[in-house]
Design a binder for this molecule. Structure first.
Ligand code: 5AD
Ligand code: SF4
Length: 443
């Protein structure tokens, strides 16, 4: 038997692409393993959105040198966003001579061919292309997160936020044909998947590059016709492109979870402008109000960054004030990280590390306070969670409600993949704890 291991860094998009790599490898007869020593092939699926993700990947890659010495037949491959940056392929080629295959984000679907080439010719294979690539349909996916499944609806990004490397390493927006998306979602639901998340860097601009009368709101309306009991989610949204039509379509589609991830990044209009986000803090609040007009219960989550070049204490306080005003159900917080080739990297007045550290701590404190407050509203309520796993440490099943809150509960039977009703008895930060209730006893 031959084994593979795919190591993923970064976001859901990368996790899903790792499922494609796993699909390609399993169709070549390899079986998954978590054990480096057992693996015959190890693939690094990298991310370069922040410096720490990059350092992490390089550290782990370096640590494999000894393994390759011990087992020369081991194939080590590296793909993902990192390899698409100028000069990175050459650097890896020279500094990590034990890496057998380097490939990019645009040609991941051809990884199987590169592996064949490496095995046949006994020569290292380097395939990173600058092209935006096409969308390839039909690559086998080995899904790893039942009952949840990701469905890519588009690739790339056209926005060029000045801090962000994504448009450089993933190219321009390319949308999948809506019929392919519809049939993938329907198939997954028939296979028993209960939560489908549509993925794209900016799903709100889905379809702009396609012919015909299609956009993201229309796609959501189309997916109303998918038969079965499942939840539909999507990410990520861009506030400038989130339309009233979309909000209405979400509110009108009973499959859609009432949760919208709407990255705000900053609360200062001056910083938002420098970031090229193309909205003001008031525009953002208007979008939040629009969502709440059609779905008063809708949870809103966000991404926020501190320490963008030139950010002053006053700018940062604008961010804190916006967070207070909106009341996010949860937030991902980031320290700005310089990315080579981006506009922000060339800006003067980079914020000192100690100032960034102080701001991120204050922001995290505020977000945690909001998260706790949001969770405390759940006490005594009965919620429906989709059970997705068993937590071995807690010895409890775990699952999210439609608003994304994780609830833990005990159950005698295997509950994974089931919608379960639990009565919330306690809340600890972002986690809820509850007791399973019979349907007859529902509140
Ligand atoms: N530094 C820090 N955070 C970043 N993000 C994107 N680029 C950077 C960067 N250079 C964050 C943004 C984005 C999330 C996915 O990652 O908040 O929404
Ligand atoms: Fe990066 Fe902005 Fe595109 Fe998101 S919308 S991927 S932050 S450039």
């Amino acid at each position: 038997m031959k084994f593979f291991k795919v190591i993923t860094y970064g976001c859901q998009m990368n996790l899903h692409e790792s499922e494609k790599l796993a699909g390609i490898l399993s169709s070549k007869g390899y079986f998954p393993t978590e054990d480096n020593e057992q693996a015959d092939i190890i693939v690094f699926n990298t991310c370069c959105i922040r410096e720490n993700a990059e350092q992490h990947a390089l550290g782990n890659l370096g640590a494999l040198k000894y393994l390759k010495k011990k087992k020369p037949s081991l194939i080590i491959a590296m793909g993902g966003c990192m390899t698409q940056q100028p000069g990175v392929m050459e650097k890896i080629k020279e500094s990590y001579p034990f890496v057998d295959i380097i490939f990019g984000t645009h040609n991941l679907d051809f990884f199987g061919d590169y592996l064949d080439e490496r095995l046949a010719k006994k020569k290292r294979v380097f395939k990173v292309f600058e092209t935006d690539g096409k969308i390839y349909e039909g690559t086998k996916v080995l899904r790893t997160s039942y009952p949840n499944a990701w469905v890519n609806i588009m690739q790339g990004c056209n926005n060029f936020c000045t801090y962000c490397i994504v448009p450089y390493v993933r190219g321009r927006e390319r949308s999948r044909q809506p019929e392919f998306i519809f049939s993938e979602v329907q198939k997954l639901v028939l296979m028993g998947y209960k939560e489908i998340t549509l993925l794209g860097q900016n799903v709100n601009s889905y379809g702009k590059d396609l012919e015909g009368d299609i956009n993201f709101a229309k796609l959501i309306t189309m997916l109303k016709e998918v038969r079965g009991n499942f939840r539909l989610r999507f990410m990520t949204n861009h506030p400038k492109d989130l339309t009233e039509d979309l909000v209405k379509a979400v509110a009108d589609n009973p499959h859609c979870a009432h949760l919208i991830h709407l990255p705000v990044q900053a609360g200062s209009d001056r910083i938002l402008k420098l970031m090229n986000r193309r909205y003001t803090s008031q525009d953002y609040i208007n979008k939040v109000e629009l969502i709440r007009k059609y779905m008063p219960d809708c949870a809103i989550t966000t991404d926020i960054m501190v320490g963008f070049p030139t950010e002053t204490e006053e700018d940062f306080c604008d961010t804190l004030n916006l967070v207070k005003k909106v009341g996010f159900s949860s937030a991902f917080t980031f320290v700005y990280s310089r990315r080579k080739g981006t506009v922000a990297d060339k800006m003067d007045d980079q914020v000192p590390e100690d100032v960034k550290k102080d701001r991120i701590m204050r922001l995290v404190d505020l977000c945690n306070e909001q998260t706790r407050e949001y969770s405390s509203n759940y006490l005594g309520k009965t919620i429906t969670v989709l059970c997705e796993d068993f937590d071995k440490k807690k010895q409890m099943y775990m699952g999210r409600d439609e608003y994304g809150r994780m609830g833990y509960f005990e159950c005698e039977n295997n509950a994974i993949g089931e919608f379960c009703k639990i009565k919330v008895t306690s809340a600890n930060g972002i986690s809820l704890f509850g007791e399973l209730v019979d349907d007859e006893n529902q509140q």
